[in-house]
Ligand binder design. Structure first.
Ligand SMILES: [Zn+2]
Length: 166
């Protein structure tokens, strides 16, 4: 079982804390059914900091190999996750700038005294999964309808001949 990780997110950032752990396929609540058995344990690391701008931030890294079902043959397709997310902590929604003012497109999280980290880790995994993954055609169990392109019909060439009357 993966241990639960509940943190006070602001305190975590202020104290520049760090947590590293792994999460197994079987411990994913929502992503579990979207992934195949071959999914490996994923490593994640959360670090907190107060930036030079005095804003509290959380950095999340998730790495590891997941197996997603190929949409053509349904066989597993291995994919390396390499997630790096950064969140600015805010006290409430009013502190989140409107999208048009936020040119750098930051991600924000509302600070919580009891934040469930595994939810956050899983949210990021879900966001990173491809919508309709497919093997490269040569690696897929369902081969393309073999050679759509047939050899040219020799009679077609004749159509191009013009009858020239002399
Ligand atoms: Zn396939």
């Amino acid at each position: 079982m993966t241990a639960q990780h509940i943190i006070n997110s602001l305190e975590f950032a202020r104290k520049s804390l760090e947590i590293r752990d792994t999460i197994a396929h079987s411990d994913l609540q929502r992503a579990k059914d979207l992934l195949k058995q071959e999914t490996e344990s994923l490593n994640w690391r959360l670090t907190g900091e107060i930036g030079l701008d005095k804003k509290a931030r959380l950095h999340l890294i998730v790495t590891g190999n997941v197996a997603v079902p190929c949409q053509r043959c349904l066989e597993p397709m291995m994919m390396a996750l390499d997630i790096k997310s950064e969140f600015i902590l805010v006290n409430d929604e009013s502190e989140i700038p409107p999208e048009e003012d936020d040119v750098e497109d930051h991600d924000y999280l509302i600070a919580e005294a009891e934040m469930d980290l595994l939810q956050l880790v899983e949210d990021e995994i879900l966001l990173a999964l491809p919508y309709a993954p497919k093997h490269e055609i040569n690696d897929c169990a369902v081969k393309a309808e073999v050679n759509e392109l047939k050899a040219p019909n020799p009679f077609a060439v004749l159509r191009d001949f013009k009858v020239v009357k002399s």
